[in-house]
Write a protein that binds this ligand. Sequence first.
Ligand code: EPZ
Length: 418
Amino acid sequence: MEAFLVEGGARLEGTLRVDGAKNAVLPILAAAILTEDAVTLEDVPRITDAMHMAEILTILGCRVEQQGKSMMVRSGGLHGWEMPDRLSKQIRSSIFLLGPILARFRKATVTYPGGCEIGLRPIDLHLRGLRSLGVKVSESGGMIYCDGAHMRSGDVYFDYPSVGATENVMMAAALLDGVTAIHNAAREPEIVDLQNFINAMGGDVRGAGSQMIEIRGVKQLRGVRYTPMADRIVAGTLLAAAAITGGEVELTNAPAGDMVAVLSKLREMGCCIHEEPERLHIRAPERLGAFAQLQTQPHPGFPTDMQVQMMALLSVAQGTGVILENVFENRFTHAGDLNRMGARILCSGRTAVVQGVEQLYGARVTARDLRGGAALVLAGLRAQGLTQVDQAHLVDRGYDHLETQLAFLGAKIRRIDI
Ligand code: EPZ
């Protein structure tokens, strides 16, 4: 097993480029099977979730070639509509394949992807959305059987603007005759990127980024070379690393326009941030001020994937703040370890009260999920002494060697075998 070993105290400085977004690449890799032509994605980050998705496509019969940050998918050999059980559990995002497999084969069999550390992660909204398109869905023994023989376009309404469910229906409808309308759709920037990708293949999707998306089915989609949007959560995490160390960092290829909520909170904590369309410059104070409250919401609200990092910042800020996690039911898993480092965090249900302290102290802690692990690394950057963050592989799911990126900016951090 690997861990990060961090020696606190270094002030981060320098310039770093942000890679493609994990949460755009994963649905786009699934959508690539909507055509038998070659699809080439550029700027794909070297993260394990993307590698696992490529592995699933390969097992289903696609040819996937990776050269550096380019990934090419040819799905002509796609033979399977049955998702391998092991892989469905290994990566939740395999559920994104449900829509495109139904679009191709009009039938699909998948295993319940199961929950993870941050929550139960149900898929009822995915299934209800597909049923609205005439898919017959039956469930037994942990397996989901979808019969799309009589699939048709139509209206889909989501009780909650689920990102994955919105993406699944967009992909399922892309080749369906007629117009499908998704009401109360998720509005995340990654949804807009999926729309842009499908349209680059010759599709006709409109309205992504708003609560109503219209998909006009087309007969066929063609191959394309496409560069997914930059990762707003990695960008936010790097800004947070600069902020917690009182540093000054510049990010290029940063999706500033998709980060309004995060930039607003960092400014509320006393950071000076200059933004241009694809460039962000942050200068942080020696000690951050506390924000009064932070609530996670579907986009354009504050992103849940940045909540954990902001808790780390708040734990050393001047003052006290309240965090409400409205999206997932168990996203404070890292608070206990932060308290072991000297933080003063009181959690009750989806509410955390954080009283900022002058100093954190290095300790041996454990990542329990992707973003919680990143938050513990951030805390280690500020803590006095050495912090060891175990289970580095969980952070590798969404960050391309976070330690290398932070070390490039001056952090004293390395990966160790334990
Ligand atoms: C996507 O997950 C992201 N993952 C998550 O990022 C992100 O936190 C989340 O959207 C919210 O922005 C990818 O894009 C690969 P949801 P997804 O469906 O699609 C409930 C990260 O760290 N729900 O919008 O699973 C669900 O339980 C990851 O990069 C249902 O009840 O998010 C949750 O409480 C973590 N039924 C809420 O909706 C359903 O059928 C949000 O889920 C689906 C979801």
